[in-house]
Design a protein. Structure first.
Length: 322
């Protein structure tokens, strides 16, 4: 990656693309064909180029370099601005820690910026290498949106599978450590859904965008991507609801276990309370304790206590306390 330039291609209109460097970009003219620049917006050279050399106005430049973003679509003068999110598939990262891409495009030039690597980058490079890449600006935007949604499918399926597995464990009586796992799963679902919902709206608006250079085929493609995003949202909602039901069932089972243990302790306390009273009474250190001089008194007391305990057990059983 040379000075923040991840990749750049001059589209030939037939699925191919010629790789470009900074010098090629400086010499590019709209008549040469659509140019796609994919940049790391945290690199100082990229910041300088966007702000001073790209020819963009201040608002457009700020939109490309903004630190905090949420999925949205808007028209900025002659440019189409789309901000999308995708799952984080970088090594050691949490997939639900979603990565953002900012796209500012018109018919002649497409500028996309990101901070962390996004999975679709390698896919598009392979497409251009095979001559099957995007043919124009609208095609490229639709392809990027499609690939970002495609890479979400495995993560969403994993979350659904994890939710079902946790539900089965709860129903089978395995409850150890499930609370934290359920909480982690619900947090992951909520974090992904947080960005998918506005992203669906952005894709719907993008599919109805005004620029004439978006063809009917590309608008239909974007609508299909929006529909798939809607299905993923429905899957996430279903998984979240199942996780909530599972969490309630787990809480109920844990509460039942606690109540059973407390009930058992209550039974034990009920049995030993009168026995403890008798032994405490006989243990007071004053004169006149019955049987103090009798060598068999201790055995008699033990037998009496055992008899009282048995009577208490029979009484509790008769009262159906256990």
């Amino acid at each position: 990656m040379a000075e923040g330039l991840i990749m750049a291609y001059l589209l030939d209109g037939h699925g191919g693309g010629r790789p470009m460097g900074w010098q090629d970009i400086a010499q590019w003219k709209p008549a040469d064909g659509p140019l796609w620049l994919h940049l790391d917006y945290t690199h100082p050279h990229v910041i300088k180029w966007v702000e001073q050399e790209s020819g963009l106005d201040e608002v457009s430049a700020a939109a490309l370099l903004a630190d905090e973003t949420r999925p949205r679509y808007t028209l900025m003068h002659d440019n189409l601005l789309a901000i999308l999110r995708g799952v984080n598939l970088n090594p050691g990262a949490d997939p639900e820690d979603m990565v953002a891409i900012r796209i500012l495009a018109n018919e002649q030039r497409i500028i996309s910026c990101r901070k962390r690597r996004i999975a679709f980058e390698g896919d598009i490079q392979k497409m251009f290498a095979k001559g099957r890449g995007p043919e124009n600006a609208g095609d490229l935007i639709a392809e990027i949106a499609d690939l970002m949604v495609i890479h979400m499918s495995d993560i969403i399926e994993d979350l659904e599978g994890a939710t079902d597995q946790l539900a089965e464990q709860v129903m089978s009586g395995t409850t150890r450590m499930l609370r934290s796992e359920l909480a982690d799963t619900k947090r992951a679902i909520i974090r992904i859904r947080r960005y998918l919902s506005p992203q669906r709206e952005a894709l719907v608006r993008l599919s109805n965008a005004e620029p004439a250079w978006l063809t009917a085929r590309e608008r239909a493609w974007l609508r299909e991507v929006a529909d798939r995003t809607t299905r993923y949202l429905e899957d996430l909602d279903s998984a979240r609801d199942r996780a909530t039901v599972t969490q309630e069932e787990l809480s109920h089972r844990l509460s039942e276990q606690t109540e059973k243990r407390m009930y058992l302790l209550t039974i034990i306390t009920t049995i030993f309370l009168p026995l403890g009273f008798v032994t405490g009474l006989l243990g007071i250190n004053v004169g006149g304790i019955p049987g103090a001089e009798n060598t068999t008194a201790f055995l008699i007391v033990c037998l009496l206590l055992l008899l009282v305990g048995v009577i208490e057990l029979l009484l509790l059983k008769w009262r159906k306390w256990f």
